[in-house]
Design a protein around this ligand. Structure first.
Ligand SMILES: Nc1nc2c(ncn2[C@@H]2O[C@H](COP(=O)(O)OP(=O)(O)OP(=O)(O)O)[C@@H](O)[C@H]2O)c(=O)[nH]1
Ligand SMILES: Nc1ncnc2c1ncn2[C@@H]1O[C@H](COP(=O)(O)OP(=O)(O)OP(=O)(O)O)[C@@H](O)[C@H]1O
Length: 733
């Protein structure tokens, strides 16, 4: 059979345009400072604003004097061998799920082309998010609508640092990355995947196996066209190739709802593309379930796509396994375990694998409706505990909001619906839209430099949380509509404040000047509330770009501010900053502007990188840091923290402290009775533990063999726990 030739459309590579997304910051300000006069000097401000070395490092990301800390190299292997045996069958998470999204290419494509083409629509929450098909899922008002006008005119010619800053701002602002023209309007009749009539360049891979006749061909083609219409990265050769490999791997598989399995993979990949992920991550997103759900092996992906994609897919598989453990086991202390799990996730897998897992979970949450209620509840709970904080730490705020709102809906339907319907009447995109225009015009008229003006609606869940926390009614919340101005310098902040107060009347008693009196964590910004159009309260935050970076990446960083600093060890702080940095580079700046990267390559500003850092992810930090290991005993799961270099003996000794069973324990001869490390019976008690290891202390023993084991168990307990002199080959009783 002749090999079909596939032509590939290759317009200019995807570029990121400035399109907004706010970051989420909590208002549980512990240090509420009232407005004080502007006269306080910046000098005193900065003197008190950086109590942690991290601050200096992060706030000076773009200065040549950024401090360098020595790199702590890794105890974490990038490969998946330590959990290699953990292939859980058939993608448990997805098997449980069915999609509420009905596959309908015409509806899908049609709704896409019909909808507002502005970048804003991409970032609305589940209801209005055309890309994820949740429009009718819940009676939820638009959960987030973000607008940004970047004042580029006033900052032209700043060169790479400025572009780099834009990257950070966008990242910090959340998944506000949109592309200049992400959607490629490809009429489906033009993309003839089955024959050889694609446009542009030829694909270099063999399509012979990829196309089957009839139904499957057209459904796959429609899915690809639909993805391409949302983002042109789906025209990249490697991504198309991944698409067809995923199609082959999942051919014939459906979700509980009856939808083709491939649809989930494509939707996951689309979400990744829309937050700015590059083709490696998008390809891995398409393939993310192949290891668990098909006969595709790591080696095959390695050979076909290279090490990066293969390791990412394996990383996602590991995370899926851990997530399943967390979902299915009772935890000793949910808060503590969840907190350690977040760190473990970030430490054991490439941050990009976490990103893919997050997208996977977001799509699963969007399509959760068809599951039995009890499972919906379980997923929502786990999502709230594990994935929301991860999205927060990684700075993907639009996903965080969507996840939170969906969890809220599934965990607390009544309250969700009640608040949503009240918000329906309140949200007004036009208020924010016109406020941005008005403020921009006024800033330009007065000649005040500004960097960006963003706006957002408060999400349903955020509103619910704030009302609960502060015991307020909805009318008492003043930041349902909010604007943020990022200006050039401190003087401009006060200029901009004057302008804002000239445009709209100020709500008395709401002005806070955290510039002249920074919060103890270093947070600086001016907050004011004004009465906008229709007398609607509008919160306006004004800060410089340095202050903004500090608020997003520094000691006052949003995720810490949200979570509270005290409980985190420096290991966690470093881990998170590292992960955010890596993600920023890989999923945004790398894609966007290679020239700016090249120009700063030799002077990496990240405070914890080694001098030979190439910006590519190596999970190599924190050799000296603690490691987290999952311990399962009697169906209960706990995440244990150990110092680096801890061994199995340390774990057993710790377990022994709380239980008589392990206090006087000697390893049994029979393998089935030994603790298991990543599903294998432990063969060397002195083996070192690794980040993400799973140790089962009480492996299930088959009922039928119990009699056989009785004698051995008896001996085990009689002789006590003596691992100090393990036998070389197997352990003797
Ligand atoms: N990154 C960061 N953002 C902060 C911090 N403190 C406040 N913010 C931002 O500022 C907003 C309002 O904070 P405040 O003006 O202190 O207000 P509040 O005390 O929370 O109460 P409200 O006026 O009711 O909003 C928050 O919602 C955040 O967006 C901080 O320490 N770090
Ligand atoms: N006035 C504003 N203008 C633009 N973006 C904002 C504004 N206020 C907050 N944001 C950003 O919008 C996102 C969501 O904000 P949200 O109000 O839900 O949380 P928050 O800022 O933590 O507030 P709170 O704790 O008071 O509820 C955050 O990323 C936050 O940084």
């Amino acid at each position: 059979m002749a090999v079909p030739t596939i032509a590939l459309y290759t317009s200019s590579p995807s570029t990121i345009c400035s399109s907004p997304h706010p970051c989420q910051l909590n208002s549980h300000a512990s240090y509420d400072l009232e407005f004080t006069s502007r006269s306080s000097s910046l000098a005193s401000t900065t003197a008190t604003s950086s109590p942690n070395p991290v601050v200096g490092g992060l706030s000076s990301l773009f200065s040549s004097t950024a401090p360098r800390h020595s790199l702590l190299s890794s105890s974490i292997s990038s490969g998946g061998d330590e959990l290699g045996s953990f292939r859980h069958d058939k993608g448990e998470e997805l098997k449980e799920l069915s999609s509420s999204f009905r596959y309908s290419p015409s509806k899908f494509i049609g709704s896409f082309f019909n909808r507002d083409q502005s970048p804003v629509s991409v970032f609305q929450g589940p209801v209005s998010c055309g890309c994820c098909g949740v429009g009718s899922a819940a009676r939820t008002p638009p959960l987030r609508t973000v607008w940004e006008r970047s004042g580029e005119a006033s900052f032209h010619g700043r060169g790479s640092t400025n572009r780099l800053f834009n990257g950070f701002v966008r990242n910090a602002l959340g998944s506000c990355v949109d592309y200049d023209s992400p959607r490629l309007e490809v009429p489906s009749d033009v993309l003839d995947v089955g024959s050889s009539t694609l446009f542009g360049d030829e694909l270099t891979f063999n399509m012979e196996d990829n196309i089957t006749e009839g139904k499957s061909e057209s459904y796959a083609k429609d899915l690809l066209v639909s993805a391409q219409s949302k983002h042109k990265i789906f025209c990249d050769e490697s991504v198309i190739k991944a698409f067809f490999e995923a199609e082959k791997a999942h051919r014939g598989q459906t979700r509980l709802s009856g939808d083709p399995y491939l649809e989930h993979c494509v939707e996951t990949a689309v979400m990744l593309a829309l937050v700015g992920a590059n083709s490696t991550v998008v390809a891995a997103g398409l393939l993310h379930d192949t290891l668990d759900d098909s006969f595709v092996s790591h080696d095959y992906i390695l050979g076909t796509f290279g090490v990066e994609v293969a390791d990412l897919v394996e990383g996602v598989s590991k995370l899926s396994h851990l997530s399943k453990l967390a979902r299915e086991h009772d935890m000793a202390d949910r808060m503590v375990e969840a907190d350690r799990l977040h760190t473990m996730f970030l430490a054991m897998a490439d941050a990009r694998a976490v990103l893919i897992k997050l997208a996977d979970r977001l799509h699963n949450m969007i399509t959760l409706d068809a599951l039995p209620l009890i499972k919906q509840h379980r997923f929502a709970k786990e999502t709230m505990e594990i994935f929301v904080p991860l999205a927060n730490r990684l700075g993907i705020y639009s996903w965080k909001e969507q996840l939170e709102n969906l969890c809220f809906k599934h965990l607390n339907l009544e309250q969700h619906n009640d608040l949503s319907s009240k918000l329906m009447g309140l949200y007004d995109e036009e208020i924010i839209h016109s406020a941005i225009e008005k403020i921009e015009r006024a800033l330009k008229d007065k000649g005040t430099s500004y960097h960006a003006v963003t706006g957002r609606h408060k999400s349903v869940y955020s509103l619910h949380r704030k009302m609960l926390k502060k015991n307020l009614t909805m009318n008492e919340i003043h930041d349902i509509h909010g604007l943020r101005l990022i200006v050039e310098n401190e003087e401009d902040c006060y200029e901009a404040l004057k302008i804002v107060h000239q445009l709209w009347p100020e709500v008395q008693g709401k002005l806070k000047d955290y510039i002249s009196k920074p919060k103890l964590n270093g947070y600086q910004s001016i907050h004011t509330v004004v009465r906008g159009e229709g007398d609607v309260p509008l919160e306006v935050q004004i800060r410089t770009k340095e202050m903004h970076l500090q608020a997003e990446f520094g000691f006052a960083a949003h995720w810490r501010y949200k979570e509270g600093d005290s409980k985190h060890s420096s290991f966690v702080l470093q881990m998170v900053e590292w992960a955010r940095w890596v993600l920023t580079w890989h999923c945004e700046t790398m894609t966007k502007d290679r020239s700016s990267i090249n120009s700063v390559k030799s002077t990496c500003k990240f405070p914890f990188h080694s001098s030979d850092c190439s910006y590519s992810y190596k999970p190599h930090c924190f050799q000296d840091g603690p490691l987290f290991v999952i311990m399962i005993e009697n169906e209960k799961m706990s995440v244990q923290e150990f110092p680096a270099n801890a061994t199995m003996i340390d774990l057993l000794e710790r377990a022994g402290r709380g239980s008589t069973r392990w206090a006087h324990y000697r390893f049994p001869v029979k393998e089935e009775l030994r603790p298991r490390l990543n599903q294998e019976p432990v063969s060397d008690p002195k083996c070192k533990l690794k980040m993400g290891d799973v140790v089962e202390l009480t492996p299930p023993i088959p009922d039928t063999s119990l009699i056989e084991y009785r004698e051995e168990i008896q001996r085990m307990y009689e002789r006590g726990f003596t691992v100090a002199t393990p036998q070389p080959a197997g352990w003797m009783s």
